[in-house]
Design a protein. Structure first.
Length: 244
């Protein structure tokens, strides 16, 4: 089949270049779909986060896993102020700091980790913020069920030390690692303490992860790369008539 000709040029793409362009397009389209579906999943997660405040549910002795993620609950228990964790690498309005994770002992139920909020970095790793609790009496708390933050990269993780003074600093730990340091089993969920509840710090809770719109923007970006690959393939496949 003769090459297409127009405007003094012929369209004669090579087989190798065409296959390379198609491969690049397939990869870019696949990456765009991946980001698009991540955006849909994040949008559903953010919707659940917004809907979690619609109703306050009495948790009782039920496992938190029986309720939807981000559901707002009320529960009773006793804080274990002697064994707390400081979740490192947590910022608020651009300031470095920690989130305070305190075990809550519940009657006839597994211990639940309560995130009491953010405290600023003291300026020295050798001088940790004072997060002590004056009272360890039983109390009723309100908050929303959540999961421990995930760092995404294994290199950003730092489990708490097995021994040493409390509170213990940790970065993106797994619940099993916290349970090992405490020497007792923990529930699979944590509780984000309500801003109105006592004994907390800065609690400006936001939906987890980046915005769904950013994922959608990344998807469009990858699809634009696919279109650009096709444009470059077509442009470079145009040759002057008579060229080898």
């Amino acid at each position: 089949m003769a090459p297409l000709s127009f405007a003094g040029r012929s369209f004669a793409p090579s087989i190798g270049f065409t296959l390379l362009a198609l491969l690049a397009c397939a990869v870019f389209i696949r990456l765009g779909l991946w980001q698009y579906h991540k955006g849909l999943a994040r949008q559903a997660q953010w919707t659940r986060f917004a809907q979690g405040t619609d109703q306050l549910v009495e948790l009782g002795t039920r496992p938190p896993g029986d309720l939807p993620l981000f559901q707002r609950v009320s529960l009773a228990g006793t804080f274990d102020g002697a064994h707390q964790f400081l979740l490192d690498n947590r910022s608020y309005h651009g300031r470095a700091g920690y989130e305070v994770l305190t075990p809550l002992t519940r009657s006839s139920a597994e211990t639940l980790i309560v995130d009491r909020g953010w405290v600023p970095f003291s300026g020295s790793r050798a001088r940790l913020p004072d997060v002590s609790l004056a009272s360890e009496a039983s109390m009723t708390l309100n908050g929303r069920l959540a999961e421990l933050p995930s760092g995404g990269l294994e290199s950003g993780r730092a489990p708490p030390q097995a021994e040493g003074p409390w509170p213990r600093v940790t970065s993106y730990p797994r619940l099993g690692e916290l349970a090992l340091a405490l020497g007792r089993p923990l529930d699979e969920r944590i509780l984000l303490l309500d801003p109105q509840s006592p004994l907390g710090y800065v609690r400006d809770w936001q939906p987890p992860g980046i915005s769904p719109l950013r994922h959608f923007a990344y998807a469009i970006q990858w699809w634009c790369f696919a279109a650009l690959a096709l444009f470059i393939w077509a442009r470079l496949s145009l040759r002057p008539k008579g060229a080898a």
